[in-house]
Write a protein that binds this ligand. Sequence first.
Ligand SMILES: Nc1ncnc2c1ncn2[C@@H]1O[C@H](COP(=O)(O)OP(=O)(O)O)[C@@H](O)[C@H]1O
Ligand SMILES: [Mg+2]
Length: 500
Amino acid sequence: MQEVGVIASNARISSTPMLIYKNAEHLVKEESLVIVRDSKFGKVYLGVLRWLSKYDPLLTHTQRAAIIERPELAEESIDLPFEASYIRILGEVVDGKLRPPSYPPTPRSKVYIIESSEDIQLDLGYGLEVCIHKYSGLPIPINPEALRYHIAVVGTTGTGKSRLVKAIIDEVIAKTNWSVIVFDHTGMDYVRYYPSRVVNAEEIAVDIDTVSQSLANSISSIKEHIENYMPITLLYYTMCIDTKREIKACLNQNENSILGILQTPTLNIDKIEELMLSISRKGLWNADVLAQMARLIANALGAREATSEKLSLYIKLYGRTHIDRLNKVTRKVADILDMVYRNRITVIDLSIVETEIRRVIVKGILSKIWEVVVDSREPQNILVVIDEAHNYACDKGCYPSNAMIEKTLREGRKWGIGTLLASQRIIDFSPDIRNNINTVFFSKLQTPYDFQQLQNFIDLAGIGTETLSLLETREFFFAGLGNPLRYPMLVQVKMVGEPN
Ligand SMILES: Nc1ncnc2c1ncn2[C@@H]1O[C@H](COP(=O)(O)OP(=O)(O)O)[C@@H](O)[C@H]1O
Ligand SMILES: [Mg+2]
């Protein structure tokens, strides 16, 4: 630990100016951690350097100086400039712990720079070790309590968000009793690391309305004609196909009316979903049969001959891949949740399915977690990880996942349901979501507007957008509740290598 300067006049409890020794100028950097030893009052302070500046007593840019006529003077007085900085006081070090300071450090107190974590004995509490302070190497653990108060990781593409999230996940598994469900938007960020814990989104059952809408989308050119027929067709298919009767007979089973089946007393949403899953498991989804059924139903409901023919034809032509894929469904949402609790971690590979279905799956799993809470009234201790979260948590266009994510951020803390959201753009989170995030890792941002938004909900303590733009991969500011220093810190995330 090297002595680098002294506290100057006008020291305050939160922030104090310092003068830097000539021979130490090369050691101090913006964001360096320092110790202040106040020998007059026997106190030790921990602080971080901010607003490092170089001054020249003879060269003020608003005053005329001889140098403008005699540039050679610049070289003659090269030793005149000096360096000064502000120290943001993080606390007083008492018995190895950080305490809020009660007095400002006395001017003339010596300042020492922390160059390695061995320079200081500081107990920052038990936590998730994912990063160290960039210059001192001091580990800054994430307080695990912060999980239930939600964490966001923001930065442009390539800043290292997904690797940071991976580091957090591994620490959660190693050091807490929480389980983790990861929604892997790209299918490339987490799937590779946990290959034995991956569920393909295609395997997960979704509700009949979602199936119907996405099927309608896949044959979208005649969407206006099919929108009404599709859900009804699917419903009849679900009710009929497993009965091993002729389709016509099944359709007409009740009072010889096409709508008869809908009066079946046992018809409810759970039953339908059970039947759909059973059809999938038996591999009974068949585009030709569905097309035939759609035609019969459209006819019975009074569609023009051309419409019902077209519907049937388009299902066969454009819906086949989609319908075949329904045969891959094998798991209920409840099964996924069981897996999460059993294995501690489950990764959902969302990359294979359409964006709308991805949102439905996120919503479905979150809803199930809340159902369990309502039934059991017990904390769940589950971390929900959503990468590329702007696709799920935005205000407009993210239905239906956004509403469930909002609820989880608002009410999750009480029931041990935490979220870890990674995104390029914080402004794409709905306000309700933004306002309930209490710990943030942020790096280079896409636009100055993103920076302003960040400022609105987290104390940035003077960090400017220009500082952020200098950050390299793996470097973030760590701010908020989870940071035991309670002050945004420049950290470097530990190495997270490629999967084996
Ligand atoms: N903690 C890390 N350890 C090792 N390499 C990293 C780390 N963070 C980022 N990288 C490198 O940067 C690349 C981009 O990181 P990634 O986490 O995918 O960024 P983002 O999710 O922000 O787009 C990675 O492929 C890797 O090469
Ligand atoms: Mg990423």
